[in-house]
Design a protein around this ligand. Structure first.
Ligand SMILES: O=P(O)(O)OC[C@H]1O[C@](O)(COP(=O)(O)O)[C@@H](O)[C@@H]1O
Length: 335
């Protein structure tokens, strides 16, 4: 899925967005502006994260989100920053956020786009200086412009995404995104306040030797998955699990590997949310030549019914996802 115009490493994000837009005669610039708005909010959130220990913005916020999870102060700050940037940008009519029970109407009735966002992914790692991230999906509204976005606008299948990406706040801060024409990564230079193209046309190795799964829940893994994890161990694969989806996904995307968050006794439908975690990563991995399923069905073809619905996630190098699916299928056939 290579693009027409290969821009050199070091190209600013702004110039990259502009040049890519020129490739599409029908482009109106709104999606480009939306991507810039997300990049701006990411710079602000990056600054807050880097200074978190100095600003007393670590620790719990004292409230729970709709998932019943204790919100961290930085969860709330990131949520406010991204919603503000998307509202002020004017391109987005409605937002779905992990930190908000209901959909957020921005008042931008002319806005063509819906954004589903996990403002801060990897909450358990926020206070311990381990890589965390932001995940976003972009959809075009299906309802007429001129009013608020509807639930029908929000509950679209992942195949209808027009853009998706993540920001990883790690040893360096990167923005990785796709608009359906390949995947590109940009590294943030805080001294210049700019994102620069550092990883053009990211492609996921067809296979790898890294598996990422929280084996703490192994007792309640599906039998087929237990056997696959044993196969990984017998094959001398490396177990790598940071506990931040963005960070585990990013490593495996570049090096080859598989990330799995299955259905478990603690999370019978899996833990990760379809609308603002799984769909975005599935779009990116497929654009990079990888694969994403819930163990049997393509993530992007799952028809959402709820804003915060969860689903199991098997994502990464195609041959590894194919293989674990074989193990899961074999288990079903035996039973
Ligand atoms: O601690 P567990 O159960 O392994 O879950 C870790 C997973 O949950 C998440 O933290 C879920 O995301 P949030 O932090 O946004 O709620 C993923 O980033 C991560 O991969």
């Amino acid at each position: 899925m290579n693009d027409k115009l290969a821009l050199p490493v070091g190209t600013t994000l702004d110039r990259f967005i502009m040049r890519k837009q020129e490739e599409f005669s029908y482009a109106t610039g709104e999606l480009s502006q939306l991507l810039r708005d997300i990049a701006l909010a990411a710079k602000i959130v990056n600054r807050e994260i880097n200074r978190a220990g100095l600003l007393d913005v670590t620790g719990a916020y004292g409230q729970q989100n709709v998932q019943g999870e204790d919100q961290q102060k930085l969860d709330v700050i990131a949520n406010i920053r991204f919603i503000r940037a998307l509202r002020n940008g004017g391109e987005v009519c409605t937002i779905i956020s992990e930190e908000e029970d209901d959909i957020i109407q921005t008042g931008n009735h002319k806005g063509k786009y819906i954004v589903a966002i996990d403002p801060l992914d990897g909450s358990s790692n926020i206070d311990v200086n381990v890589s965390i991230g932001t995940i976003f999906s972009i959809y075009r509204r299906v309802s007429e412009q001129g009013g608020n976005g509807t639930m029908e606008d929000c509950l679209q299948e992942g195949t209808r995404q027009v853009g998706a990406g993540y920001v990883i706040y790690g040893s360096s801060t990167m923005l990785v995104y796709t608009t359906g024409h390949g995947v590109n990564g940009f590294t943030y230079d805080p001294s210049l306040g700019e994102f620069f193209l550092s990883h053009p046309n990211i492609t996921s190795p067809k296979t790898g030797s890294i598996y990422s799964i929280n084996e703490g829940s192994a007792a309640s893994f599906p039998e087929g998955l237990k056997q696959y994890v044993n196969y990984c161990k017998e094959s001398g694969y490396s177990a790598r699990y940071i506990g931040s989806l963005v960070a585990d996904f990013h490593r495996n995307l570049l090096k080859g590997g598989i990330y799995i968050y299955p259905a478990t006794a603690k999370a019978p439908k899996g833990k990760l949310r379809l609308m603002y975690e799984c769909n975005a990563m599935a779009f990116i991995v497929e654009q990079a030549g990888g694969k994403a399923t819930n163990g049997s069905q393509r993530i992007l073809e799952i028809k959402p019914t709820e804003l915060h619905e969860r689903c199991p996630l098997y994502i990464g190098s195609t041959e590894m996802v194919d293989q674990v699916e074989e193990y899961l299928k074999a288990e079903v056939e035996v039973n």
